[in-house]
Every structure is written in structure tokens, then in C-alpha cells.
Design a protein around this ligand. Structure first.
Ligand SMILES: NC(=O)c1ccc[n+]([C@@H]2O[C@H](COP(=O)([O-])OP(=O)(O)OC[C@H]3O[C@@H](n4cnc5c(N)ncnc54)[C@H](OP(=O)(O)O)[C@@H]3O)[C@@H](O)[C@H]2O)c1
Length: 293
């Protein structure tokens, strides 16, 4: 990514709102048709959130419980899951199930796939959110560490999307929010490449399954104040480039309600995504270390 002053300058020049990156698959227009739909539904059904115990996933869990969704939380730390679940039950009076699973482990991932396919307990909304980044560059990581990141960011998202879509298309109802990243629009190594996959798949699936009543959206956050950078052991910044997690999720849900295929919260990040269409990849690559120090 570019230095903040560069992006600030770009944002000033380019802040003309999001331009559809793929005119064939995308639909950036707000038709208003689906706005507020989730709030109006008397029983919005169960939402399964991966990584629902911290950061963006935890903010989703709160907002969805406030909308009346029962929840299934998926993460590795069982004690933390129980404590978050108890808090959500007490605050919103919804059912909260915990599913302890490491999404990098194929057998544990299969249990989450099974839960999504359970016809007795349908999941109406899947939020594929769990993820992490790596501080070091591609060749400085051993290949198993890279594989684990790919497993969580891509394989788990693909398999859970596949499992959920199967039943949702059959029921002709449901939705999926795949948490991707603005990084997916930039040349920033294997993390960005994984997120590019998530954005592209989601954008395509949005167009493909909208006619049968299933909504799919990629959420592409920029730098967001969560545990992500601390876990990566890089310094978390501050200032206007750093998004508030609750506001991010409110913006995302507003876009989802409107039926948008992609949500890029924050005007400056919308401008960055727009700018990536015009700035040569070689120039973008020069700034790829931002957020890794
Ligand atoms: N924060 C940012 O600046 C930013 C920007 C763009 C995109 N994103 C994306 O947003 C998503 C959420 O990130 P965040 O910032 O909210 O991170 P976070 O605060 O570190 O939370 C990560 C969550 O994912 C869970 N998780 C991590 N690895 C897992 C695994 N192998 N299996 C199951 N659960 C796992 C964690 O719980 P356990 O540790 O208990 O498993 C935790 O609940 C990620 O996909 C990330 O790539 C973040």
C-alpha cells in the first residue's frame, strides 16, 4: 500500500465514490429495494460467524444478535467462546451455540461444513470472517505457515461458502458475507492474493445466486482497530486510516441490506479501491510494506 500522504492525496483527487471494478459482475448501485429487510423480518434465523470472538467477527456477533439472529460462533479458544456466548445471551436474549474448530484443520473444518448443511437447524446467514496475516514476506515464512494462512483465508472460505450455498439455494433464501480486504486490490503478497480470491468469488456468487434469493457480499475493510495486527506482531497505527470496528460492521450491514456485492467501508478506502484501477501495479508495489512494520 502507499504511504498515508500518498493515499490522502489520492483520496482528495479520486474521492468520487466507488467505481465498479468489474462491470460485468458488479452492481454498485443502491436500489434501496432490500434496505432494512433484515430489520423487518420477524425471525431473521441463525447466523454462523467464524472468528466471532474478537475484532470484526465479535462486532458482527453483537450487531446480528441485536437484530434478533440466533448465533453459532466458530473459533479455536473455547473458554473465550463460552464467555462471549454468555455475554451475548444475556445482552440480547438470543441462542448462542459455540463450535470450537481450527479452520486450518480439514477435519475440524468439516464439522463446521456439516453444521451449515444440517437441514434441522438451517443457517440463514454465514459470515466467513476468521483470518490472520503474516508479518514476514512470502519466502521468509516456512511453507507450512503460508499453507495454514491459505487454508484459513481461502480453503475454509471456499468450503464453507460451498456448504452454505448448497442449502441456501435449495431453500431459495439466505446470505453470505465474506470478509475480504482492500489488500485484495493491491500487490501485497500471499495475504493479498488470498483476499483477491475471496473478493472475486463473492462478487461472482452475488450475481450468480441473487436471482434465486441468496445474497453474497465481500466486505473489504482497510486497516481496522482489532487484535489482527497485535497477533501479527506489528504496530497498530492510529489516525484517519484506522477504521472503528463497530462503524465498519454497521456500514457493511447497510451495504448487505442494500444487496451490494462488495462493501468497502470508509470514503478514503473507496477512493483507494477506485485508484487501484488507474495506478500501475509496479507503482502500487513500491508501497507494499505499509502495515507490516
Ligand atoms: N483488522 C484489519 O485491519 C483487517 C483489515 C482487512 C481485513 N481484515 C480481515 O478481517 C477478518 C477478521 O480479522 P480481525 O481484524 O477481526 O482479527 P482478530 O481481531 O485477530 O480476530 C480474529 C478472529 O478469528 C479467529 N481465528 C483466527 N484464526 C482462526 C482459525 N485458524 N480457526 C478458527 N478461528 C480463527 C480468532 O479466534 P481464535 O484465536 O480463538 O481462533 C478471532 O475470533 C480477517 O479475515 C482479516 O483478514 C482485517
Amino acid at each position: 500500500m502507499a504511504t498515508p500522504p500518498f493515499w490522502l492525496a489520492t483520496a482528495r483527487v479520486m474521492d468520487i465514490g466507488i467505481i465498479m471494478p468489474d462491470p460485468v459482475a458488479g452492481d454498485w448501485q443502491d436500489t434501496g429495494m432490500l434496505h432494512g429487510m433484515a430489520e423487518r423480518l420477524p425471525t431473521p434465523g441463525t447466523a454462523l460467524v467464524t472468528g466471532g470472538t474478537a475484532g470484526i467477527g465479535l462486532a458482527f456477533a453483537h450487531r446480528l444478535a441485536a437484530r434478533g439472529h440466533d448465533l453459532v460462533l466458530v473459533a479455536r479458544d473455547a473458554a473465550r467462546q463460552e464467555s462471549v456466548a454468555a455475554e451475548l445471551r444475556a445482552a440480547y436474549g438470543v441462542d448462542v451455540e459455540v463450535l470450537v474448530a481450527d479452520l486450518a484443520d480439514r477435519e475440524q473444518l468439516a464439522r463446521v461444513e456439516q453444521r451449515l448443511r444440517d437441514p434441522e437447524r438451517p443457517v440463514e446467514l454465514l459470515v466467513n470472517n476468521a483470518g490472520f496475516g503474516l508479518k514476514k514476506r512470502f519466502l521468509d515464512n516456512d511453507v507450512d505457515t503460508e499453507q495454514a494462512m491459505l487454508d484459513v483465508l481461502v480453503t475454509a472460505v471456499m468450503r464453507l461458502t460451498h456448504a452454505a450455498l448448497g442449502t441456501m439455494v435449495e431453500r431459495r433464501s439466505g446470505g453470505i458475507i465474506n470478509v475480504s480486504s482492500v489488500a485484495g486490490y493491491l500487490p501485497r503478497g500471499s495475504y493479498a492474493a488470498a483476499k483477491a480470491y475471496v473478493t472475486n468469488l463473492s462478487q461472482w456468487a452475488s450475481a450468480e445466486y441473487k436471482p434465486v434469493g441468496v445474497r453474497v457480499m465481500a466486505l473489504c475493510p482497510g486497516f481496522t482497530k482489532t487484535e489482527f495486527h497485535e497477533r501479527m506482531k506489528v504496530k497498530r497505527g492510529s489516525g484517519f486510516m484506522w477504521l472503528d470496528v463497530d462503524r465498519l460492521v454497521d456500514d457493511a450491514l447497510r451495504d448487505f441490506d442494500k444487496g451490494r456485492p462488495i462493501s468497502v467501508p470508509g470514503r478514503h478506502y473507496k477512493a483507494i479501491v477506485t485508484a487501484t484501477r488507474f495506478i500501475p501495479a509496479r507503482a502500487l508495489q513500491t508501497y507494499q510494506s505499509i502495515g507490516r512494520r
